[in-house]
Design a protein around this ligand. Sequence first.
Ligand SMILES: CCCCC/C=C\C/C=C\C/C=C\C/C=C\CCCC(=O)SCCNC(=O)CCNC(=O)[C@H](O)C(C)(C)COP(=O)(O)OP(=O)(O)OC[C@H]1O[C@@H](n2cnc3c(N)ncnc32)[C@H](O)[C@@H]1OP(=O)(O)O
Length: 144
Amino acid sequence: MARAGEGVSVTAEFTVQPAHQGAPGLAHGGVLATALDETLGSLNWLLRTIAVTGRLETDFVRPVPVDTVLHLDARITAVHGRKIYSTATGRIGGPEGPVAVRADALFIEVKVDHFIDNGRPAEIRAAMSDPDQVRRARAFEVNP
Ligand SMILES: CCCCC/C=C\C/C=C\C/C=C\C/C=C\CCCC(=O)SCCNC(=O)CCNC(=O)[C@H](O)C(C)(C)COP(=O)(O)OP(=O)(O)OC[C@H]1O[C@@H](n2cnc3c(N)ncnc32)[C@H](O)[C@@H]1OP(=O)(O)O
């Protein structure tokens, strides 16, 4: 679950499951990048803005074993026109533990037409019939 913090920030936890393994016993980097991306993406809801990831630069600082809880902390650093700049860290061993991963991101604000024009019709129809469900499921749940 992601929680709003001070300023435009959120914290979240992501537990690395066996299915997230890359190298034996360790989290796959792409899954860690996804956890960062999802946490960063949830920030845009605090701005009440629909935005997609344009750029995600990830540093992998420490290996993250399977079963680890990744403590995520993300905040918006700047907004310029449609561009939303944000940064996130993922710590292990507790919220004050060492940084294992970090990311800098650029999200670009889009109209809802971005999804209507490019998404698959069945999912668009489902989302339109229950927008609250989309908001909860896509924006505020980090663990699948
Ligand atoms: C009622 C109907 C309901 C139906 C829908 C229901 C719900 C929808 C609501 C919410 C959706 C839910 C969740 C979505 C949120 C988050 C999901 C998690 C995050 C993701 O997983 S999301 C997937 C991965 N993501 C993509 O799938 C993006 C693919 N991409 C594109 O779709 C285009 O690429 C786009 C739109 C990004 C930009 O295209 P564009 O034509 O709109 O804008 P343009 O190119 O003009 O850029 C404008 C300014 O951003 C700069 N800029 C752009 N890209 C840059 C880059 N990469 N690096 C550096 N700067 C960049 C330019 O340099 C310019 O800067 P400047 O203004 O200074 O010149």
